[in-house]
Write a protein that binds this ligand. Sequence first.
Ligand code: NAP
Length: 241
Amino acid sequence: MKVALITGGSRGIGQAMVKEFAGACYSVAFTYNENGAAAESLVTGLGEQAQRALAYQADVRDFAQAQGVVKAVQETLGPIDVLINNAGIRRDRAFHNMDPELWREVIETNLMGPFNYSRAVIGGMIRRGGVILNVASVSGLIGIAGQTNYSASKAGLIGFTKALSREVARFSVRVNAIAPGVIETDMTESLDENARRKLLAHIPMGCPGTPEQVARLALYLAGEDAAYVTGQVFTMDGGLS
Ligand code: NAP
């Protein structure tokens, strides 16, 4: 049975990925930061699949915790075949009011987080092959006003994806990124009604996407049908970009 580790699996896109991968017969480990109750109810809701699902509280910004989670997953479920760097945050602010703390928090979560987990799994993957999927954003491709910190973190993640894919392709490790547009989760619910209406007006398809759609793309990219796919960014945004 293949093993997937998903960061930020307690809510939103990560939660849909946990369900999708568990349903596709993966053993699934996921991390969360604060929301233990959501993580617990997700595992319980998996029913019989809960036997091969594990939740870990760990802040993605912490390098030592990432090493600890990866070690624990390997000892409990076996070698990690698929890592999905999904955990991410938004802290929007006009740049002229951007505090260093807001900049740092977003970069450390969205860019250091993927570094920490990729660094922790890469030795094992170089020996056995594997897949790393990074959840970026269209914000990292087109840049979005008010999101200089977020856009920079996601553009950085795309550069990381492309460079790492070249380094490890010869070891049968594939590295790709998904760049969603507006997906219906807690992250987008926090937008006020006006900002939301404006955002939807820019989407040619006129509606947001769902976490399940992103999760199914991730499952495809993790699997054998995508065995010849690496170094790519897959946009899923209803035409936004
Ligand atoms: P979400 O609903 O806000 O969920 C975020 C998840 O990340 C939660 O499980 C949260 O855990 C976890 N997390 C946050 N900070 C963490 C930290 N420091 N350490 C460990 N876990 C942490 O977000 P989402 O909308 O599903 O977004 C998932 C990914 O997709 C992010 O990388 C986001 O940038 C990207 N994305 C989202 C959209 C969108 O429209 N939603 C669009 C483009 C890209 P807790 O529950 O414990 O807080």
